[in-house]
Design a protein around this ligand. Structure first.
Ligand code: ADP
Length: 322
């Protein structure tokens, strides 16, 4: 496709160049014929003394018309060539976007089927175990914990799908001044209850009052922490900072995970986008988390950026101005 695009573009530009040259040649020939004709006409109609003044005037006006027309031909062919290049590039970009969107939607379907199937299979198995076997207290407690964690996974997936469709339409944000420190701490507690092996450090200089939508803010932070854990296995070490200074809330979440290649750092915020191939990928996900995060941050007139952590991993940085 890429080669076809460049071949068509080259052919059209060469054809345009060729037609421009032909047009200029014809214009040149026409000018020569006109000047010859005018000279002959003057020689026939006037006596030798009268010729030089009015002939040179006539030739001058012919020459200036010739130059104007030449400029017009060159100008028009340049504008045409430029429009051609822009038009073809636009078509190519749209085609590429359609391909990416269709690949992402296909990936999404594959991953969502998998994401729905695996907790459902686990829940079914737990139910059957409860039905068929007599369990000790310890076993039964263990299964109940698994049940809760699988149901939470399912709930979070469904919430993400619903939220992704909500943020595409008019999502009503209700901004209020709140202390975000306890909100973040509660999310961290929940995450640590689910993933007790995570090393998570939260730094904040005491209470942090910011003007945000509490639900949207919670969803942003929990999605970013979940990702930081998911992509830093098996030993996630996460450092979070939250600061409210001069009316600006600044949160960073740094992990020690697999990192994100530079050329993917814009793409990961697209709907359904996941790095790599769905058939070979080992992590679970739908490619909706960061799309929702970015949409919510922007709905609160904030910004999110992603950069490299040292020595490895990723840092997500959210800034929201009051
Ligand atoms: P997913 O459900 O796949 O996690 P997201 O929208 O949350 O979807 O993330 C999109 C992609 O960005 C992920 O598939 C992953 O490849 C990449 N990604 C997100 N967060 C991180 C992170 N902290 N470290 C490395 N890669 C990440």
């Amino acid at each position: 496709m890429k080669y076809l695009y460049y071949t068509v573009m080259m052919y059209m530009l060469l054809a345009l160049g060729w037609w421009t040259v032909l047009l200029l040649r014809t214009h040149n020939e026409l000018y020569n014929v006109k000047t010859d004709l005018v000279s002959i006409q003057f020689q026939n109609e006037n006596s030798p003394g009268e010729i030089s003044g009015s002939l040179s005037q006539e030739l001058q006006s012919l020459t200036s018309a010739y130059h104007n027309k030449k400029l017009m031909i060159l100008g028009e062919s340049m504008v045409f060539g430029l429009s051609l290049v822009l038009g073809l590039s636009f078509i190519r970009k749209s085609y590429q976007n359609t391909l990416i969107a269709s690949k992402n939607e296909q990936n999404f379907l594959l991953s969502v089927t998998h994401e729905l199937k695996s907790p459902l299979a686990a829940i079914k198995l737990i139910g059957e175990t409860f039905q068929k076997r007599h369990l000790s207290n310890e076993q039964s407690r263990q299964l109940q914990d698994n049940l809760c964690s699988e149901t939470n996974r399912l709930e979070s997936l469904i919430n993400n799908i619903l939220m992704a469709s909500k943020v595409r339409r008019d999502f009503a944000i209700q901004m209020k001044s709140i202390n975000v420190q306890p909100v973040i701490e509660k999310i961290i507690q929940n995450q640590l209850a689910m993933h007790p092996y995570v090393d998570l450090q939260f730094n904040t200089p005491g209470s942090c009052i910011a003007h945000v939508d509490q639900d949207a803010f919670s969803l942003i932070i929990s999605n970013l922490i979940e990702n930081a854990i998911k992509y830093s296995m098996p030993y996630p070490s996460i450092v979070m900072n939250a600061e409210c200074k001069e009316g600006t809330l600044h949160v960073t979440i740094a992990d020690n995970g697999i990192g994100i290649p530079v050329h993917e750092r814009e793409l990961i915020f697209r709907r359904f986008y996941r790095i790599g191939d769905e058939n070979t990928r080992s992590t679970q996900g739908t490619g909706l988390g960061l799309y929702i995060v970015k949409s919510l941050v922007e709905a609160m007139k904030g910004k999110i950026i992603v950069r490299q952590n040292t020595p490895k991993g990723t840092i997500f940085e959210v800034t929201i101005k009051s």
